[in-house]
Design a protein around this ligand. Structure first.
Ligand SMILES: Nc1nc2c(ncn2[C@@H]2O[C@H](COP(=O)(O)OP(=O)(O)OP(=O)(O)O)[C@@H](O)[C@H]2O)c(=O)[nH]1
Ligand SMILES: [Mg+2]
Length: 273
C-alpha cells in the first residue's frame, strides 16, 4: 500500500477547512491553529527510518486492518448518502489531469438545476477549494499532510462540516494519485477515473487497480490530441481489458468539447438516485 509515504501519520495531521476559515482538526474542533503554520509537516519526520524494520508479514497485517476499518466507515458514509439521496462521485486521477477544471465547468453549467457540494482533497493548499468557492458551490478542503489519498473517516468528518442537503450531488476530488486512492472506498456511489491525453495511453494497464475499481473513465484534454502521441482506441481497449463495465467519456474540460454527454450522465444519475 503506501506505508512509506506518510499515510500512517496521526489523524490530527489532517485538516478540514472551508474557504476563509480557521484550521479544523479532529483534535481541536475548529480552534484556530493559524499561528502554528506547520502543523502538517511535523508528524512524519521521525518515522521514515522505522519502516525499514517492519517485516513484510507485519506490514500486510497492519494494512489489512486499516482497509477493513476504512471499509466499515465507508459503508456508514454510503448508508448516509443513500438515505439522503445524495449522489456521491469520487474523482480519482494523476495530479493535473483536469479534475478541478472539469468540476468548475460542470458546476457552472448545472448548478441552477442541481444542488451541488464539493469535498476537495490535496496534500496542501486551499487552491482547489478557492476555485470551487468562486464557482459558487459549498466546499470543504481536506489537506492530508503527507497522506496520498482520502479515506472514509476524512469524508465522514468533511460531510459533517459540509452538512449537505438531500437530493443533491456531492463531488469528492481525491488527492492526485493513480495508486493509493484505488484501495480506499469512501462510500461513493460511483468512482470516476480521469486520464488526460498527455499521460500516455498505457495508464490503464500500468495502474490496473484504479481502472478495475472505477465505474466511469473520462479521457480529458482531447484538444491536445494533435500534439501528443496518445491513441484513444488503444487506451480504451487497455481499460476494457481491465474492467469491461467502464463507461467512457472523451472530452476537453478546457474547450468544452464532449462535455454535453458528461452533463447528461450526471443529470440522469442524479434524477434516479
Ligand atoms: N489543454 C487542456 N488543458 C486542461 C484541460 N483540463 C485541464 N487543463 C489544464 O491542466 C492543468 C491542471 O488542471 P486542474 O484542473 O488543476 O487539474 P487537477 O486534476 O485538478 O490537478 P490536481 O488537483 O493538482 O491533481 C491546468 O493548467 C488546466 O488548465 C483540458 O481539457 N485541456
Ligand atoms: Mg484539482
Amino acid at each position: 500500500m503506501c506505508d512509506t509515504c506518510g499515510c500512517g501519520q496521526p489523524e490530527d495531521a489532517v485538516t478540514i477547512k472551508k474557504p476563509g476559515e480557521a484550521i479544523f482538526t479532529s483534535e481541536n474542533n475548529g480552534v484556530s491553529l493559524d499561528n502554528h503554520t506547520h502543523t502538517h509537516s511535523h508528524n512524519h519526520h521521525s518515522h521514515n527510518h522505522q519502516h525499514s524494520n517492519h517485516t513484510h508479514g507485519k506490514t500486510i497485517h497492519v494494512e489489512t486492518d486499516i482497509l477493513i476499518k476504512n471499509n466499515l466507515t465507508a459503508e456508514r458514509n454510503r448508508g448516509f448518502f443513500e438515505a439522503k439521496k445524495i449522489l456521491a462521485l469520487n474523482l480519482v486521477s494523476s495530479p493535473g489531469s483536469g479534475k478541478t477544471t472539469l468540476l468548475e465547468k460542470t458546476l457552472l453549467k448545472l448548478k441552477n438545476d442541481i444542488l451541488f457540494y464539493v469535498i476537495e482533497g490535496d496534500q496542501q493548499t486551499m487552491n482547489d477549494a478557492d476555485r470551487i468557492n468562486k464557482a459558487g458551490v459549498p466546499v470543504v478542503q481536506i489537506n492530508t499532510g503527507n497522506g496520498c489519498h482520502l479515506d472514509g473517516k476524512m469524508i465522514n468528518d468533511a460531510v459533517k462540516k459540509l452538512e449537505p442537503e438531500g437530493n443533491s450531488v456531492l463531488f469528492i476530488e481525491n488527492v492526485g494519485n493513480l495508486v493509493c486512492p484505488s484501495l480506499f472506498d469512501l462510500g461513493e456511489s460511483f468512482r470516476v477515473v480521469i486520464i488526460s491525453v498527455t499521460e500516455g495511453d498505457d495508464k490503464p494497464i500500468k495502474y490496473p487497480t484504479m481502472f478495475e475499481s472505477s465505474d466511469v473513465c473520462i479521457i480529458n484534454k482531447i484538444d491536445l490530441l494533435p500534439y501528443v502521441n496518445f491513441d484513444i482506441a488503444k487506451a480504451k481497449e487497455y481499460a476494457t481489458q481491465i474492467n469491461r463495465r467502464l463507461k467512457f467519456f472523451e472530452l476537453s474540460a478546457q474547450t468544452g468539447e464532449g462535455l454535453e454527454n458528461w452533463f447528461n450522465w450526471i443529470g440522469e444519475k442524479s434524477s434516479k438516485f
